[in-house]
Design a protein around this ligand. Sequence first.
Ligand code: PLP
Length: 405
Amino acid sequence: MIPKATFPHATDAEWRDWRWQQRHALTSAEALGRVVPLTDAERRGLALAEGRSRIAVTPYYASLMDPDHPSCPVRMQVIPAPGEATLAFGDLEDPIGEEPHRPARAIVHKYRDRALFLAVDRCAVYCRHCTRRRITFGEDGAFDRAAVDEGIAYVRAHPEVRDVIVSGGDPLVLSDDRLEAILAGLRAIPHVQVLRVATRAPVTCPMRITDDLAAMLRRFAPLFLVTHFNHPKECTPEAREACERLVDHGVPVENQTVLLRGVNSSARILGDLFERLLTFRVRPYYLHQGDLAAGTSHLRTPLEAGVEILERLRGRTSGLAIPHLAVDLPGGGGKVTLQPTYLLGEGEQGGRGHWLRNHRGERYFYPEPPGRDCTCPYEEVYYGGADGALDGARADGRAAPEGET
Ligand SMILES: *Cc1c(COP(=O)(O)O)cnc(C)c1O
């Protein structure tokens, strides 16, 4: 760990000031080289990244880098590898097919009831595994007042949208006032039930989570803050304080981890991370299989690696500490989840049932009840009719993927 003393000009007050952290972000090989001795590969990666992507590391996040080991998970997340400049089989500029679902500059609308609201093209720290680099590098200034107003108007005109995820870029690079204006605009729409704010600030710039910010977010409840821890090394006292401040103010915090080869692709590392997050009162929500973002193949794992990790976690740690493993399909297919297979097949043991296995691989028979009809007779009474939304989604005869438009 690098002492804050590496940044000798910072007073304690400056260090704790998120604006100072953002203004003093390390953005060049020269600046990063003053904090850690860069390897030849890192220097090559940094040179190749020029003109392709943005680089920024807050002094706080840089202080977590291990100067002795280039395999440090913090270094690997922020210093480009030479492989980033190479396109692998299947790599895509728009890896999860968002552009065809972008009815307004600020909106990605893929699922009928949920919309993604792109609030800004900037981040305090740029991740090497970024899935929206086409936006964080290339849509300079696209998210001005007009884009925000257009995005809010879109949500207002779509009564089916009940959940809006404010993302970007990282919306917490915006001032409290600008963020508040966006959230207030969305909250004023009667059909918007739930808001989410997707941000890495608790990880990359925990001083951003001030009492004022947490109190402001609480005013827009129900609002969930969704953050992005990838390694136990990121679980510092400062990060804990940021998460606890949010929860203490009444803002639930969820975490999305990206499975990264050589960074966190291990059941020990992820189990440790998820258990620590629970102690921060943060619920591990998704473990994301790497998207096919151009230049990130060296950080992606084979699909079965994630399933194997879940297999090892089940039975070994709290169910609360086990996220869903999600694959966001290329071409805009949306998210699907993967799981180890516990259901072995049907069987007869004096009656109908199924064979299952547990996390130790032992086989158990689950006898089935008589009959298969699961209709709830009171449902139609309670809702005053059949489930029209479901029927409508299937009117074209296609099998509607779960949760999709
Ligand atoms: C991931 C995502 C969502 C939210 O999905 P949940 O499974 O509800 O968390 C919404 N819109 C888009 C475009 C997404 O990529």
